[in-house]
Design a protein around this ligand. Sequence first.
Ligand code: N2P
Length: 360
Amino acid sequence: MIKTSAILAAAVATAQAGWAQEVRVYNWSDYIDEDLLTKFEEETGYELIYDVFDSNEVLETKLLAGGSGYDVVVPTGSFLQRQIAAGAFQELDKSKLSNIGNLWDVVQARTETYDPGGSYSINYMWGTTGIGVNVEKVTEILGEDAPITSLDLIFDPANMEKLAACGVQFLDAPAEIIPAALQYIGEDPDAKDEETLAKAEPVLQAVRPYVQKFHSSEYISALANGDICVAFGWSGDILQSRDRAFEADNGVEVAYNPPAEGALMWFDQMAIPVDAPNVEGAHAFLNFILDAENMAQASNYVYYANGNAASIPLLAEDVIGDPAIYPDEATLKTLYTTTPYEARAQRFVTRMWTRVKSGT
Ligand code: N2P
C-alpha cells in the first residue's frame, strides 16, 4: 500500500514538473517561421507545444468551454473584446515582459478599442481581408480590365458565373465576409441591427452557386497550384501563395489587393487564458515574440505586418516596402474595422452563415 502511494506520488510530481516545462500555444496556421519555435525552446528550456487553427469561432468555442489547456492563444481583436468581457483571459504581468516597450503606439492606438490599455493582450500581427487572383486566368476570362481590385470581382454574379470554371474560394469567416457584402452595397460594414445584416444575405446567395468552397487555409496552396483562380482571403496568406507559386516556378502569378471600396483591417492579439496551466511560460513566450528580431523574422516569413516598432528597421524591403502589407496613407484611409456582435446578433449571423454555406 505504502509502496503504491509512494510511486503514485512520484508519478504525480513528475507529471507536474513536466507540465511546468511545457508551454502550449494555439495560433493561426501559416503564421510563423517554424525556426522560431525551435529557437524559443533552445533559449528558454521549455518544451513548446504549438497547435494551429484557422477560425476565430473554433478558438472561441474552446476558450469559452474552459480547460483548453493552452497558455497563449491568438484571437482577432473583435473576438478578444467579447472574450475579455466573458472572463476568458487573465491580465498580463508586464513586469515579466521586458520587451513590452517595443510595441508600436500606432498599432496600440487601434487595438485600444478591443483591449483598453493593453491589459490582456499584445498585438502579434495585423492585416487586411481582400482579393487574391491568378492574374493570367482571371484576365483570360474577364479581359484585361478585369476588376481585380474591386468587390465587383467576387460579388457581381455576372463575373462570378464566369470565374466559377477556374475556381473561387471564400474564407469561412462570417464576421469578415458579411461586413464585406454590406460594404459592397453601401451599408455600414460594422452594422449590428438585423435589418441591415439581413441585406448581406441576398448578396451572398447570389454568388453562392459559384463559390467552390468556404475554407480559411486551403486557398494558400490552391491558388499557388493553379487549382483555383480567385480567393477572398487574408493579405499575408495570399502573398505566401504568391511566393509558393514563384518558388515552384509553375508559371502562376498571384496578386493580392485590398478591395478599393474598403477592406477590413484586423488585429490578431496574443493573450493568456484565465486557466492557463503555465502562466510563467506564457509570459516567456510573449516576451520572446516581443523581441524585435524574432518579430521581424516572423513578419518577413509570413508577409504580415506586426505591432512591434523596434522590428521595423529589421523588416525585409519586400515587407516594409509593400503597401499590401504596410498600407500607405491613401489605402489606410479606405480600411475599416469591426466591433464584436452581441449574443443576439451573433446568433443571427451564425444562422445566416449556415444558410449561405449550404446555399439554402
Ligand atoms: C494566418 C491568418 C491570420 C489572419 N494564416 C486571420 N486573422
